[in-house]
Design a protein. Sequence first.
Length: 378
Amino acid sequence: MSTLKIGVIGLGLRSRLITEFKEKDVVEIVAVADLERAKLDAFGDAFNTTDHRELLARKEIEAVFVITQDHQHEDVAVAALEAGKAVYLEKPMAITVEGCDRILEAAYRTGSKLFVGHNMRYMPFVLKMKELIDSGAIGKVKAVWCRHFINYGGTYFHHWCSERKNSNGLLLQKGAHDLDVIHWLAGGYTKRVVGMGMLSVYDQCGRRGADEPNDRDEAWRASSWPPAEQKKLSPNIDIEDHNMVMLQLENGVQATYTQCHYAPDAERNYTFIGDRGRLESVEEKEIHVWTSRGQAPDSIHRLRALDGSHGGSDSLIVKAFAAFVKDGVAPNTSPVAARQAVAAGALGHESMRNGNVPKDIPPLPNHLVEYFNQGQVK
């Protein structure tokens, strides 16, 4: 496979993924764009610009990585697709269902390839859970529980994520990963969601002035415990710091997802219960499986750690994107699935902010479902 020449739009925190781009046999960065000149100057020798449209006009670029703030995903992705570039779009796909659908329609209309960066689909513990479920180890999945403890959650309340206009809420910025994994492993998408959540701790913290720079690293320091000790959070906070949703999937599976951004520990814990057993992830390092009555698991599957960021998944997903663009190799990820994760999160927030009333997920037009299910070939 020849090297894929790419442009990178957005040099924020998630641009640490760029370290995985350095594998020159897979991708070569030929241009970068960011609104902040200091970030561009620190990057290197590639062509750089503060206007992403200048980057998109460069003919040598075959594909772009969109790693901007979440609320910018929609417009930048549509512009890139319309410029004829293959697009790696960081999750969440957009911050509204309508924004996701606009991106999908642009990809369909232009024929430009679209890939959404749900890197958890390449994490060893997720792949092992899927392997076990698909093998029938626990029978037919009937119920799913996911608990997400986030001891660095204060970071999201120091910067742009703290406002709904930028992120919608943390069921998207953070939860889109887990909602996507629930859908993928349970074999169906959410059709109805009920949400409950509130801002219960970080509203007690001191705030920085509107002109003061953010210090998101404060959330990682020992002095930030307990969480209310943090001093200079964003001046504007209108998102929740804990979220809970109940999901009714279209295939009859029922699921719950809970996340807390002021927990003392950090862990995702998944449980899938089938009609012949149960499996549970432990610290993303082991999968415990019960197939008979008893306290002890019948089998324990220990996972080998991979090198690289996010458990090695970032390197794998970059290679998968290049293979998809160059050779049409089907990836683990799916633009339709990415849309459905956003839909569950966005409507979960809508539910919790409006009396916890159930919200139905709007269906996608058939032509989009068929197009993406067929590998983006008309």
